[in-house]
Design a protein around this ligand. Structure first.
Ligand SMILES: Nc1nc2c(ncn2[C@@H]2O[C@H](COP(=O)(O)OP(=O)(O)OP(=O)(O)O)[C@@H](O)[C@H]2O)c(=O)[nH]1
Ligand SMILES: [Mg+2]
Ligand SMILES: [Zn+2]
Length: 371
């Protein structure tokens, strides 16, 4: 393949050739993209920055804006906004600009409820193979946070895992990991440190050959540091000074970075409030213990509050299920239910508009007739 002169193409950020295979390109993506033959070349979005999209294509990294068809889709559904990790078709126009002409359907997506309490989802990372929940070992992790993030990780459709960071700061990393394992049934939990490099190789092995790890977690827990450790270079900014001890958000962009193992990793900005979206699936996967117990409850629609012959409450009473875990499940379920109600209300409002206008018109017509 020809390497073209970057200077001649201002929208071309680098002439570094990307192997699309390392980015996860395979036969089924090829087939999906074939619907757009003649519209442009395939590429993967590696960065989203204020309406501009960095797209890795076989011929280099290009900076693209959105094409007409994608803008149209976006006007109808905000969830159609391309995000880091999306596979797309980009077109290079002869006068220079590059546009994203189509976004291929996502295999997996990490979605969170939008800030401000709306029930609309915001996609944080697309087409990841592993959804890694990143939580620092110091200060000691809050188990409810792990459970909440795991529900989101499960809902993404990717394989969830937990990465406990900053292992160098605690003496009892393995003991804390044991506690975390209890709230993460069926999920691999590993301890890492970017200082001692513990666990980095193991994590790196998960982003081998075309596989993508997505990192999600609150600000300051070491996501960008992990990306740098995995990439073997300082590719992302990491917060150095923490004057007030509270921490501000260092990463504001979502970036996909290639790893030496032949795969990639997506860093997401720290999540402050992480609302649940598509929560029902995520919730039942994150709490298989409660789901299994619930099957033994006397009432099929048991809410495990104060119902008679409730197997979940019995398990709590006998110490087989931690009451803290049931509390977490209740809180997340309430939240998911209110999200569901809110999106239903929005749907009703959207549907309600037309009949209301129609009714007004009918009133006006009637008034006109009466006059
Ligand atoms: N001791 C120790 N410090 C770490 C480790 N990993 C990260 N840190 C420190 O933790 C702080 C936050 O790390 P970041 O990588 O910026 O965290 P982040 O999750 O990307 O944060 P946001 O970008 O705000 O979401 C920095 O001061 C890092 O140097 C580690 O393994 N050990
Ligand atoms: Mg960061
Ligand atoms: Zn019950």
């Amino acid at each position: 393949m020809r390497v073209r002169d970057v200077r001649a193409y201002p929208h071309r950020v680098t002439a570094q050739l990307f192997s699309l295979e390392a980015l996860g390109w395979d036969d089924s993506w090829r087939e999906l993209a074939s619907a757009y033959d003649g519209c442009g070349d395939p590429g993967r979005i590696v960065r989203v920055d204020r309406g501009l999209f960095g797209v890795a294509t076989r011929e280099g990294l290009v900076r693209a804006s959105l094409g007409g068809a994608v803008l149209d889709a976006l006007a109808k559904d905000a969830g159609a906004a391309p995000c880091t990790g999306d596979w797309c078709v980009v077109r290079e126009w002869c006068d220079g600009p590059v546009t994203v002409e189509a976004v291929l359907p996502r295999r997996t997506a990490v979605t969170r409820a939008e800030a401000g309490g709306t029930s609309r989802g915001q996609v944080l990372a697309a087409n990841i193979d592993v959804a890694a929940v990143v939580v620092a070992l110091h200060p000691e992790p809050r188990l409810a946070r792990v459970e909440r993030l795991l529900a989101i990780a499960w809902a993404s459709g990717a394989r969830p895992m937990v990465v406990l960071t900053k292992a160098d700061l605690v003496m009892d990393a393995d003991l804390i990991a044991e506690d975390v394992r209890v709230v993460a049934p069926g999920v691999e939990v590993i301890c890492c440190s970017t200082v001692s490099r513990r666990g980095i190789e193991r994590l790196g092995a998960m982003s081998g050959e075309g596989r993508t790890i997505g990192l999600l977690g609150a600000s300051g827990h070491g996501k960008s540091s992990l990306v740098n450790a995995l990439a073997g270079a300082e590719v992302l900014a990491v917060e150095r000074i923490r004057a007030d001890g509270k921490g501000r958000h260092t990463s504001v962009r979502r970036e996909l970075v290639l790893t030496p193992g032949g795969g990639s990793v997506i860093d997401t900005p720290g999540l402050r409030g992480v609302g649940l979206q598509q929560a029902e699936t995520g919730l039942s996967s994150a709490f298989p213990d409660i789901v299994a117990l619930a099957q033994q409850c006397h009432f099929a629609d048991c809410g495990h509050e104060d119902e008679p012959r409730c197997a979940v409450l019995e398990a709590v009473g006998e110490g087989r299920l931690a009451v803290r875990r049931l509390d977490s499940w209740r809180a997340l379920r309430r939240e998911a239910a209110s999200m569901g109600t809110r999106s239903a209300a929005r749907r009703r409002r959207a549907l309600g508009k037309r009949p209301r206008r129609l009714a007004t018109r009918q009133r006006e017509t009637r008034r006109g007739v009466g006059r």
